[in-house]
Design a protein around this ligand. Structure first.
Ligand code: SF4
Length: 406
């Protein structure tokens, strides 16, 4: 242990959180410790919306005010897209895009920067129960609204063998749940003879950690054999997160998504048929350019009639440089907000319905370590959040529990 100190601040998605936790672990292994008065600060940035970028900008300015002597390095998606701009910010001494963001560790400790591998795996272990394991990065789809593909580069991934080794490490640290993450998970193995289904089969066969969740998978890549495997597995949890983005075929085409609504619906019904208790979450965007009132109503009706558990609702954000930003028919902010609110309300109704369907059932719950007002929280296999009076012995254990209202 030396006397050097660091802090890491993370914005954005689970992938960023996984990478940040990994960086923190590597820095600790090099003898550095986390501190509120750090000498080096890593900011893992996000650029998913204009608002996300602004948050990063303001936060870095705040960090520099609070810690004028700290060396600040900004990494991540915003750093990939706007490196030159960020280099000019007060206090920022280095910028690493997604390709070489893990080199921030070497930069912080003053070691030579290594050549960057095309894929680096990371896993988080700051939570005592769950780990986010990154198995894939980048995307080749180029949806017209998205900057992620440009920020993270082409799809590339880990090997099955190395993913299994990482799961062994996570298991050895005593964590019970692995959340496998990536930008476009279903493209795992691109350019090799491995694929996502084979990876899931290998994880299922390895049968080491007690729970594995698939963080999100494109509908066109969610095959029936994957759904079937989840239906038969003890460790692949009955929980699907599938980005829909719009329930209007016209808008899906304008987004350059690779499926139509009928394919999406067929996947949802397949899940319901094979894994009836599954939690099914979707992503949806309100106010994509050119979305008329009629298109929105089509989209709304489409999701309304599907047996979904809840929805992640995003208001369309115009990202410079994307094809969608150049579309003339941008939807006014007030209309976007109205549509967002209607979708949020629908999501709440669906969530209540999903929870109610399972009230009274006894389901396995993984209990988390956090305590709030004398209570602890946990999630069932099918991702229903439950609570109980805090009991230290229950933390990081999976116990049968009767699902009740929170
Ligand atoms: S599939 Fe996802 S990450 Fe890839 S371009 Fe589309 S929205 Fe972006």
């Amino acid at each position: 242990m030396n006397n050097h100190t660091f802090a890491i601040h993370t914005f954005g998605c689970k992938l960023n959180f996984s990478e940040s936790s990994d960086m923190a672990r590597r820095l600790r292994e090099l003898g550095w410790s986390e501190s509120e008065q750090p000498e080096a600060i890593v900011v893992n940035s996000c650029a998913v919306t204009h608002a996300a970028e602004k948050k990063v900008r303001n936060y870095v300015a705040h960090l520099h005010r609070e810690h004028p002597d700290a060396r600040i390095v900004v990494v991540g998606c915003y750093a990939s897209l706007c490196a030159e701009e960020i280099r000019k910010w007060a206090g920022v001494e280095a910028v690493f895009g997604n390709r070489d963001k893990m080199n921030a560790v070497q930069w912080v400790v003053g070691q030579p920067i290594p050549e960057t591998p095309t894929f680096f795996s990371t896993y988080s272990s700051n939570d005592r129960t769950r780990s986010f394991l990154k198995i894939q990065d980048g995307c080749d789809y180029y949806c017209t609204y998205c900057t992620v593909a440009a920020a993270r580069g082409e799809s590339r991934s880990d090997s099955i063998e190395h993913v299994l080794q990482n799961i062994e490490k996570i298991h050895a640290e005593g964590l019970k749940e692995v959340n496998i993450t990536g930008v476009n998970l279903g493209t795992f193995g691109k350019g090799t003879d491995e694929n996502f289904y084979d990876l899931l089969k290998a994880i299922d066969r390895q049968h080491l950690v007690e729970r594995v969740r698939i963080s999100s998978i494109e509908p066109n890549l969610l095959t029936d054999e994957i759904i079937h495997l989840v239906s038969e597995s003890d460790i692949l949890m009955p929980h699907f997160h599938i980005p829909l983005q719009s329930g209007s075929d016209k808008i899906l085409a304008a987004m350059k998504r690779r499926y139509k609504t009928d394919l999406f619906a067929s996947k949802i019904y397949k899940i319901k048929q094979l894994v009836p208790d599954a939690c099914i979450a979707i992503d949806i965007i309100a106010g994509f350019p050119g979305e008329t009132d009629a298109d929105f109503e089509d989209s709304f009706e489409f999701v309304k009639q599907l047996p979904l558990s809840y929805m992640h609702v995003f208001t369309y954000s115009r990202r410079p440089g994307t094809p969608a930003a150049a579309i003339k028919e941008q939807v006014p902010e007030t209309v976007k907000r109205e549509r967002t609110n209607r979708l949020l309300e629908l999501s709440e109704t669906k969530k209540r319905f999903f929870y109610h369907e399972h009230f009274g059932e006894t389901r396995p719950v993984l209990w988390e370590s956090e305590e709030a007002d004398g209570k602890m929280f946990g999630f069932t296999d099918n991702y229903i959040k439950v609570s109980a009076p805090f009991c230290a012995d229950w933390v990081n254990t999976i116990r049968p529990y009767v699902v009740e209202d929170l």
